[in-house]
Design a binder for this molecule. Structure first.
Ligand code: 5AD
Ligand code: SF4
Length: 437
């Protein structure tokens, strides 16, 4: 029997990227191998995101486009996973007769049997939130092909309920994994040749705060750092309110910790931050950045910003621009506010017009482009330690990530893959650097 072919598309955050890796591995056990061509696939799976408005419609449209491959009675399974699946559930089966299975964010453990029933022609949706012990069983990262950099889930879910955000509703309550399990997994990965781990969670720096772990996130980092073979540690995502002094000091004390932090501010206005329910002020956010830079002067900062939150005035928006001037992010993800069903902010009057939202976004993005350019230029002639992960953009080049998370291409042989190389930066592009050994 020939292998069955799986075509998978992933939307949204790194959680979803990680879940997609898990899905590919689970389905490999059911006889599926990946293909990049949906027209030949035996199964099409969309791993979806619902963080921003229009996400559901995007999924419906994408499914409508992909269903053409199922015509002529061809036996093809169409599956939907991720946050839109969690949110819409049975509704997807009702609205779209060609969808076969809907698997929610807590239900990947059922995927294999769901696929088997789909192969027998049954349609099914599973979106129940499961209990804590069952959830913990789902955390271990999958046995994949050996790679140099791997995600390790340390926590999942979110209890913050920022007023605009749907994540707590579609990903469920916050839960931290047992530290002993995390450390055992990292040791195993190191034995398998992994050099870099990315500790993953919706809110990693609230790891263990609910009393499920005897360690804080900072202590966890210290323990991961002493594992032989692991040369670099990154983590994402952090919440500014949980960025403790203890964690900040890790950037001074742990050489293996990457010189990059993603610390979403969302806004530079205290009024808007309050409306968002973020639990910090502009001042306290900036203090954390200052402290981070005092222990690790070369740290690069990225962030997320929302423009056009209900009630955001011109003055509030100017405060966001001035926050950006003070922080000098190397890059940001910027979003236009969109109300999400069931969130607190959805009840507020979405009073910033579309035109104003758009023009604020344009101004913010222009400022960011300028900052990215300036900061990148300043890095020319500096030397970065690059973990070489693969071939570069051009023939004869290899490519990898610097300690600060930026992509660096440089002339070199593929035999360098897997090693750390000091590279002198010669040229800066918007999303990468060119350098030489
Ligand atoms: N509208 C716009 N942006 C949003 N984000 C989350 N919810 C919304 C929303 N309703 C953004 C935030 C978050 C990122 C993942 O998505 O900036 O940090
Ligand atoms: Fe959403 Fe706020 Fe939780 Fe981040 S911290 S996932 S923005 S509710």
């Amino acid at each position: 029997m020939h292998d069955k072919l799986l075509y998978i598309e992933t939307f949204g955050c790194q959680m979803n990227v990680n879940d997609s890796e898990r899905i590919v591995s689970l389905l490999a056990d059911c006889g599926y191998v990946s293909t990049g061509d949906p027209s030949v696939a035996d199964m099409i799976l969309l791993n979806t995101c619902s963080v921003r408005g229009g996400a559901e419609e995007k999924v419906y449209n994408r499914l409508a486009n992909l269903r053409i491959y199922k015509r002529d009675g061809k036996k093809q399974i169409i599956a939907v996973g991720g946050c839109v699946a969690q949110q819409e559930g049975e509704e997807l089966l009702r609205r779209l007769p060609y969808v076969d299975l809907v698997v929610g964010t807590h239900n990947l453990h059922l995927l294999q049997e769901m696929v088997q029933s789909a192969e027998r022609g049954e349609r099914r949706s599973e979106t129940a939130f499961i209990d804590k012990e069952q959830r913990l069983d789902l955390f271990p990262s999958i046995k994949g092909e050996s790679r140099l950099s791997r995600f390790v889930t340390v926590m999942q879910g979110c209890d913050n309920f920022c007023s605009y955000c749907i994540v707590p509703y579609v990903r469920g309550r916050e839960i931290s994994r047992r530290s002993s399990d995390i450390l055992e997994e990292v040791r195993q990965l190191a034995d398998d040749g992994v050099r870099e781990v990315i500790l993953l969670g919706q809110n990693v720096n609230s790891y263990g705060l609910k009393g499920e772990s005897d360690f804080s996130f900072a202590e966890l980092l210290c323990r991961v750092a002493v594992i032989d073979g692991i040369e670099r540690i990154r983590f994402t995502t952090s919440h500014p309110k949980d960025m403790s002094d203890e964690l900040i000091s890790c950037f001074g004390d742990i050489a293996k910790l990457s010189g990059h932090i993603h610390l979403p501010a969302q806004s530079g206005s205290d009024f808007v931050l309050k409306q968002m329910g973020r639990g910090y002020t502009r001042q306290s956010y900036l203090e954390k950045i200052t402290k981070l830079r005092s222990v690790r002067p070369e740290i690069v900062v990225t962030g997320d910003i929302i423009v056009g939150f209900p009630g955001e005035s011109d003055v509030d928006f100017e405060l966001t621009l001035s926050l950006m001037e003070e922080v000098r992010y190397i890059d940001i993800f910027s979003f236009v506010y969109s109300p999400r069903p069931g969130t607190k902010a959805a009840a507020l009057n979405d009073d910033v017009s579309r035109e104003v939202k758009k023009s604020r976004l344009d101004r913010l993005m222009a400022l960011q482009r300028q900052h990215t350019r300036e900061i990148s230029q300043e890095m020319i002639d500096s030397v970065m330690s690059v973990l070489v992960e693969g071939e570069g953009k051009l023939p004869g080049q290899v490519s990898g990530k610097a300690n600060n998370g930026r992509i660096v291409n440089f002339p070199g042989d593929v035999s360098l893959i897997g090693s750390f190389v000091d590279v002198k930066i010669s040229k800066a592009y918007p999303n990468s650097f060119l350098g030489e050994r």
